[in-house]
Ligand binder design. Structure first.
Ligand code: GP9
Ligand code: MN
Length: 407
């Protein structure tokens, strides 16, 4: 009932990280373009395969952006949709199943809804079947006004590969759609080409495959390189259309592309054994925020997808105090270096908890468990409160106005 929410409200209020005054509203009134970059892990950034750069565009773009270098995905079985859930709501997905399927009828206080309340045209763009991950239903609950899905795009055999429409034409056609949107708009875009099994057309191959016993990993580099190119073209098209100067561009990796089934090939590539420590560190994904006119900066605080909502809303000058959020503004001085994974692993400033061991980041070896002990409970508490919000549909009882009055 409502009283259960009170306890959770208190938890969220205690966790709230006050925004930095200098940064609050620095992107006020700008469009927000947020790209979920399919299966892109951070290890490909500033890295090479066969002596060839894998992500030349992202490497440059990161330098012009607020670039978060210790940012982790926190998804479970809901994969892309879990990443969407986290970034929209600052609530964790479930430990089993996909919350997009199991709780699409819940009440949410998503970023899309909050932006719509603040005059934004909130929409999602993804050139796949609209019912994939139950998006057509869930997006209504999340407050998107419009979902540009496969039927809004001109998809041909020629411009498709693997799972569907290629990223280059997807971005190209999306800019066409954006030109007609009322501003400011919030567009959440989801790429598709760099998806397992990472099949590609020969004409799109810009670097050579890797050579290992895993065809999956070998091809992965080629399709990551292609998606990197598509993002470059996207930004060029935004510039040509005049939208670039008025838009914040956010990129995040949704989840891993290379599972533990490919550890042998991965260890060949990395030149070291894929221990549980390395495996956890491989869950790092890119997260960058590009704001026109704002200098790039590397931000090393440990965080995750649950932190995206407060971080972005504060930059856009929208308060989140009193909202039920489990994440913290990554740009706040009060942000605590911490990322809980959905499976019980977690990352702190100095330690990684994985395989029931506490790993020292410096030595990459297990150390005394007592260093991780306090965080084990912290992670469990946080996840259980988050689960209660979903299972009890507790945001039904949430009244933002009364939350504000209590401040
Ligand atoms: C499908 C795309 C991929 O529309 O979002 O989903 P995934 O398998 O990565 O969760
Ligand atoms: Mn995905």
């Amino acid at each position: 009932d409502g009283s259960e929410l009170t306890e959770i409200e208190n938890f969220a209020d205690a966790k709230f990280a006050e925004q930095d005054d200098e940064l609050f509203g620095i992107a006020k009134g700008k469009n927000l373009i947020m790209v979920s970059v399919e299966s892109t892990q951070a290890f490909v950034l500033n890295n090479e395969v066969n002596g060839q750069e894998i992500t030349p565009f992202l490497n440059d773009f990161a330098k012009e952006s607020l670039n978060f270098t210790n940012f982790y995905h926190q998804t479970g079985q809901g994969k892309t949709s879990d990443a969407e859930f986290l970034t929209e709501n600052s609530i964790y997905p479930l430990s089993r199943g996909a919350v997009f399927f199991t709780h699409s009828g819940n009440e949410f206080t998503s970023m899309a809804e909050k932006l719509a309340e603040n005059g934004y045209y909130s929409n999602a763009m993804h050139a796949n079947n609209k019912s994939f991950w139950n998006r057509d239903i869930m997006y209504k609950s999340l407050g998107y006004e419009r979902f540009y899905e496969v039927s809004d795009y001109n998809v041909t055999e020629d411009n498709s590969v693997n799972w569907g429409m290629k990223d280059v034409p997807f971005f190209e056609q999306s800019v066409g759609l954006m030109k007609d949107m009322p501003q400011p708009f919030y567009s959440k875009m989801i790429t598709l080409t760099n998806h397992h099994p990472f099949y590609y057309d020969e004409e799109d191959k810009m670097i050579d495959e890797y050579n290992s016993n895993s065809g999956t990993l070998n091809r992965y580099f080629v399709t990551v390189r292609y998606t990197d190119e598509s993002l470059k073209r996207f930004v060029e098209e935004l510039k040509a259309s005049g939208l670039y100067e008025d838009s914040v561009i956010v990129l995040y990796g949704d989840h891993y592309g290379i599972s533990e089934n490919h550890n042998e090939a991965m260890s060949q590539y990395l030149g070291k054994e894929v221990t549980p420590f390395v495996s956890a560190e491989l869950q790092k994904v890119p997260f960058m925020i590009h704001i026109p006119g704002v200098d790039g900066k590397e931000i090393s605080t440990v965080g995750g997808q649950v932190d995206v909502r407060p971080t972005l809303l504060h930059l856009l000058g929208i308060e989140t105090k009193g909202d039920i959020q489990f994440g913290q503004d990554l740009l706040s001085e009060e942000h605590e270096s911490f990322a809980a994974f959905r499976d019980g692993r977690f990352i702190t400033e100095d330690y990684v908890y994985a395989d029931n061991k506490c790993w020292d980041k410096e030595t990459e070896q297990p150390t005394d468990n007592s260093y991780c002990e306090p965080y084990i409970e912290k992670a469990a508490t946080e996840l259980s409160y988050s689960d209660r919000v979903i299972y009890g549909d507790l945001l039904r009882f949430y009244d933002p106005d009364s939350a504000k009055k209590e401040e």
